[in-house]
Design a protein around this ligand. Structure first.
Ligand SMILES: CC(C)(COP(=O)(O)OP(=O)(O)OC[C@H]1O[C@@H](n2cnc3c(N)ncnc32)[C@H](O)[C@@H]1OP(=O)(O)O)[C@@H](O)C(=O)NCCC(=O)NCCS
Length: 156
């Protein structure tokens, strides 16, 4: 497996992988999530290639205080071959290179597979509550404006 930065023609394969891995949600349009990531640190959007196919992803970012990882996904047929570990190691390397002191991520409490995976990698559960407020509803934005317009609004 070879890790490289996402390229625009990976989009369909990446979305198919996220769907196969159960990572898509009705309130997150994956095309918009990708388009937004390409506006901030696109070099930290990683894909893993195996036999010429996109088989894993990690959307990494550093906000100047913490590093974050979203959409960590490994194709179901290729799990337990250390691909997830390799992606996380590369995410950590890239974040350390930028001086990031800590890597965070959010997990659904029902995602027991990922919980075990991250524990194996040495991650500990923080005693925090995760709060959020949606600023751009993807479903509304889809009805009222093309993707590039809502991304420009988000940048203001
Ligand atoms: C979580 C996920 C990325 C793990 O990928 P993977 O390539 O199978 O993981 P690795 O092979 O690198 O495993 C690394 C370690 O975690 C362990 N591990 C991985 N999955 C595990 C599981 N389901 N249960 C227990 N341990 C697990 C491995 O045994 C290995 O430990 P070892 O080094 O002691 O043998 C993959 O299961 C996945 O894509 N899940 C669906 C998407 C998801 O939930 N993403 C995370 C939230 S965004």
């Amino acid at each position: 497996m070879m890790i490289r930065t996402y390229k625009s023609n990976d989009e369909a394969a990446v979305i198919a992988l996220w769907q196969e891995c159960g990572l898509t949600r009705p309130w997150n349009d994956p095309r918009r999530d990708i388009a937004r990531k390409l506006t901030e640190q696109p070099e930290l959007f990683l894909v893993g290639i195996h036999e010429d196919k996109v088989v894993c992803t990690a959307m990494v970012g550093f906000d100047g205080h913490r590093g974050w990882v979203y959409y960590l996904a490994v194709a179901p047929k290729l799990r337990r071959q250390s691909f997830g570990r390799m992606l996380m190691q590369e995410a950590e390397r890239l974040l350390l290179e930028r001086g990031c002191p800590k890597l965070n991520f959010q997990l659904r409490s029902s995602n027991t597979d990922a919980i075990e995976f991250y524990r194996k990698l040495g991650y500990k559960q923080d005693d925090v509550l995760s709060f959020g407020r949606r600023l751009i509803p993807d479903d509304d934005a889809q009805q009222s404006a093309p993707a590039d317009q809502s991304i420009k609004r988000a940048g203001r």
